[in-house]
Design a protein around this ligand. Structure first.
Ligand SMILES: [Zn+2]
Ligand SMILES: [Zn+2]
Length: 115
C-alpha cells in the first residue's frame, strides 16, 4: 500500500517527485471538458512535473507531439486492456486509433488470456 502511494506520487515521464516542480494531472485524451471527464472515468490521466514534463519543457506533453503520442499510445493500451475494448470501441470513445496492427494484436492476445 505504502509503495503504491509512493509510486503514484511521481512524474510518469521522469520519475521526479514534485518537490521542485509540482506535479499536475495530465488528462491523456483531454481535448475539452467532456473528454477530460471521460479520462477521469477510465483512469486515463498521469502525473507530470508542471513545467518540465507537462507544459513548458522541450519534451513536455503540451509542447512535444512525440511525447503526446507516447502518452496516448499508453492510454489507449491501458483503456483497451482494462475495459476489454476493441479498437472500434476505443475509437468510439476517444475518436482515433493510435496503435499499429502489431500492438493491437498483442492487446487482443492479452484480452483473450484474461477473458
Ligand atoms: Zn495536460
Ligand atoms: Zn517529470
Amino acid at each position: 500500500m505504502k509503495r503504491e502511494n509512493a509510486r503514484d506520487g511521481v512524474c510518469f515521464l521522469c520519475g521526479r517527485d514534485g518537490t521542485e516542480d509540482p506535479l499536475d494531472f495530465h488528462h491523456i485524451f483531454g481535448g475539452n471538458a467532456a473528454d477530460r471527464k471521460k479520462c477521469e472515468r477510465y483512469g486515463l490521466k498521469v502525473r507530470l512535473c508542471h513545467g518540465r514534463c507537462h507544459i513548458f519543457g522541450p519534451e513536455a506533453a503540451h509542447n512535444c507531439a512525440e511525447t503526446m503520442r507516447t502518452l496516448r499510445r499508453y492510454g489507449q493500451r491501458k483503456a483497451m486492456i482494462e475495459q476489454g475494448w476493441t479498437v472500434d470501441e476505443f475509437r468510439f470513445h476517444f475518436g482515433k486509433n493510435y496503435l499499429d496492427d502489431e500492438e493491437l494484436e498483442e492487446i487482443a492476445a492479452i484480452q483473450a488470456e484474461s477473458a
